[in-house]
Design a protein around this ligand. Structure first.
Ligand code: ZN
Ligand code: ZN
Length: 165
């Protein structure tokens, strides 16, 4: 069953509202604008989220973006992935299907995949180790198709011989 994104937006807003009230924090427009933006995009890094919002004329400071991200992680609406040194990306987490990632080490693009067999492995591991698994993270790093093709193309072109003539 698909969960409409409008309905999703309503629900995440409610969760964030309750969370802020519980923490006795201000429910500012900026915080909700950041939340809405996040639920309209895929993986992102904190700085480009800030730049994107600036470009859309939102009046948000960098500090607000970073602080809000921390709050959204705390209340479970956003997930942070560490894909490498100085390479962290965020993504929406509410009602979002369990998935794993492929990260291209050339262009840093992120692809998602979902394979039910991984769930079977998880189940097996739970049974064998009597371990109640809450979640898992799996990242495959390598070269994406586009980068692979670019590499092949540049390898096929004969090197230019510099002429001094
Ligand atoms: Zn690539
Ligand atoms: Zn993802």
């Amino acid at each position: 069953m698909t969960h409409s994104s409008a309905q999703n937006q309503q629900e995440v807003k409610q969760i964030f509202t309750d969370f802020l009230e519980k923490k006795q924090m201000r429910k500012t427009q900026e915080r909700f604008a950041i939340l809405e933006e996040i639920y309209n995009i895929e993986h992102f890094d904190a700085y480009s989220l800030y730049v994107n919002m600036k470009e859309k004329n939102y009046r948000v400071s960098r500090a607000t973006v970073y602080n809000t991200l921390e709050l959204l992680i705390e209340c479970g609406l956003v997930k942070r992935h560490h894909f490498g040194a100085n390479f962290s990306v965020y993504e929406k987490a509410y009602q979002y299907r369990q998935h794993d990632h492929l990260v291209c080490i050339e262009c840093k693009q992120i692809f998602e995949f979902c394979d039910p067999r991984l769930q079977n492995i998880q189940q097996m591991v739970e049974d064998i180790y009597k371990f109640d698994i809450a979640y898992h993270t799996l990242v495959f790093r390598g070269i994406c198709e586009a980068c692979e093709q670019k590499k092949a193309a540049s390898a096929n072109t004969t090197p230019q011989i510099p002429s001094d003539a």
